[in-house]
Design a protein around this ligand. Structure first.
Ligand SMILES: Cc1cc2nc3c(=O)[nH]c(=O)nc-3n(C[C@H](O)[C@H](O)[C@H](O)COP(=O)(O)O)c2cc1C
Length: 249
């Protein structure tokens, strides 16, 4: 396929930051005990801003971050997190939410705020035609299921995207991008000298009630954050041999 003609140029950054990145990635651990030192608000906001730079499907940014800071709500959230120490001792608790109900509005914002003008025709077509065609599911996923049938048949002839073809698959779609943002957030905290613990050990139903989340907003993890206590990491990091996971085909 011929690449479309694009006039914009953004050269690749020339600095080599691999060592700094390695320190941040390898230094991140799941911390279960934090000190009482607060995270300065501007640091937390910078980390969230870096989370928002994560790559995401069709630039539709299907995420939300809830900083749970009211003392009453925080207490309740610790309880919802089953009283885990990583939550109870955290200076900050951030709930990371994947949303399936914002893509239409975000498609419109992509059109309105596209950074190069005049709006490239391909971009216009993408957000006005391709995106609605790909993500509209219809009542009881009826449109999605119809699309699934058509794309299965078409796939015999040529490569065709096979989803998302239901409301459930939209949740997975939103979770993929949102999980990348969550990782950005945790790495950014480490880069600022703070630490984190991602948690899925919580009562999702109660958390939805606490944050008034409807069915289109799914909490994917609660991130406890703060300064690592000297005994905040319980075990050395364990990963299995790379041959188990990495394949050349
Ligand atoms: C989706 C997800 C859910 C997790 N849930 C919990 C949790 O509820 N409580 C907890 O203490 N750690 C939780 N963890 C942390 C993992 O236990 C931890 O990442 C893993 O043991 C590897 O350790 P490391 O993060 O220090 O490398 C979770 C991690 C992920 C990615």
């Amino acid at each position: 396929m011929n690449a479309p003609k694009i006039r914009y140029h953004e050269p690749a950054p020339t600095e080599n930051d691999a060592q700094a990145l390695r320190r941040v990635i390898a230094g991140r651990r799941s911390v279960r005990k934090f000190t009482s030192r607060p995270i300065p608000p501007e640091v937390l906001d910078d980390c969230i801003d870096l989370a928002l730079l994560a790559p995401n499907s069709s630039n539709l940014q299907p995420w939300a971050f809830y900083k749970v800071q009211s003392p009453a709500k925080k207490r309740e959230l610790v309880d919802i997190c089953l009283g885990q120490n990583a939550a109870a001792s955290a200076a900050e608790l951030i709930v990371v939410v994947a949303r399936t109900d914002t893509w239409r509005e975000h498609a419109r914002l992509n059109l309105e705020r596209f950074p190069t003008q005049p709006l490239p025709k391909l971009v216009q077509q993408y957000y006005q035609l391709v995106v609605p065609l790909a993500y509209t599911q219809g009542p009881l996923s009826s449109l999605g299921l119809l699309r699934k049938r058509i794309s299965r048949l078409s796939s015999r002839l040529r490569p065709v995207p096979q989803g998302p073809c239901s409301h459930e698959e939209m949740r997975l779609w939103a979770c993929k991008s949102t999980a990348l943002a969550a990782e950005n957030l945790m790495l950014a905290l480490r880069a600022h000298g703070f630490d984190s613990c991602p948690m899925e050990g919580y009562d999702e139903r109660r958390l939805a009630r606490l944050l008034d989340l409807d069915a289109d907003a799914m909490s994917i993890m609660v991130i406890g954050a703060g300064e690592r206590a000297p005994d905040g990491v319980y075990y050395p990091q364990l990963r299995f041999e790379r041959e188990r996971f990495v394949f050349s085909v």
